[in-house]
Design a binder for this molecule. Structure first.
Ligand code: MG
Length: 235
């Protein structure tokens, strides 16, 4: 590996995770709609929902706050339709928007247990760090509230720059802003398509984080914890 001068991170399910799980989300929707919902029901697979929509929406699901909001509103509306909730679509959409508002509150998110320690240790080694994320412009306040920004040089949220992963433009924007060459950078994320293929597309070394050990065999570095990145930069 070339000399690595920076580690850049995906945000969702790489540095931070949402606190509410499916049961709390069903409870929230039930309260919004004034109905009862089975809280043990699974939510639709987000990745499948996202990639199903690519043909219709292109890669635009996250290139603005309005698109990020409508993506999630449509997602929860689909979940309610799948659960056979017999209410007008407008009512379901309205409750789904309320879930999105709820998720914009920093307290609904938390850093992974090793995230802050990793950021501190990488910073101590003199490397630069940043975030490139498909997220609304609320990302900075969420990361800031949890002190994730303490050791970050920059945060690039797709909705703020008008282009989303895996498109090369969002990675190029971040490289130009940080004055970094692709060969000097490691990018870590939990999505093979958005993060690994996106980063590789501009010449950045990709790392897949697979905390549950469920990823199939892939053609890139795989770590189970962010702390393993330290071994990679020492190698
Ligand atoms: Mg992610």
């Amino acid at each position: 590996m070339d000399t690595i001068r920076a580690i850049l991170y995906d945000a969702g399910r790489t540095l931070v995770r949402p606190k509410p799980q499916a049961p709390e989300i069903w409870d929230f929707l039930a309260a919004q709609l004034g109905i009862e919902l089975a809280r043990e029901r699974k939510l639709p697979n987000v990745g499948h929902f996202f990639y199903d929509r690519l043909g219709r929406d292109g890669l635009g699901a996250y290139d603005s706050d309005a698109h990020a909001r409508s993506f999630w509103a449509e997602y929860y509306t689909q979940a309610l339709l799948d659960a056979d909730v017999d209410l007008p679509r407008e009512t379901l959409l309205s409750a789904s928007h309320a879930v999105y508002d709820w998720y914009q509150q920093p307290e609904q998110w938390e850093p992974y247990p090793e995230a802050l320690e990793t950021l501190r240790l990488v910073h101590e080694r003199g490397l630069r760090q940043g975030v490139i994320s498909d997220w609304g412009t609320d990302l900075v306040s969420i990361l800031h509230a949890h002190e994730v920004t303490d050791h970050l040089d920059f945060v690039v949220a797709s909705a703020a720059v008008g282009t989303a992963k895996p498109h090369p433009d969002i990675f190029r924007f971040a490289l130009a802003r940080a004055k970094l060459e692709p060969a000097e950078v490691i990018y870590v994320g939990d999505s093979y398509i958005s993060d690994v293929l996106g980063a590789r597309g501009v010449g950045i070394t990709p790392v897949l984080i697979d905390r549950e050990g469920t990823a199939p065999a892939v053609d890139c570095h795989v770590v189970a914890s962010l702390l393993e990145l330290l071994g990679l930069i020492d190698a």
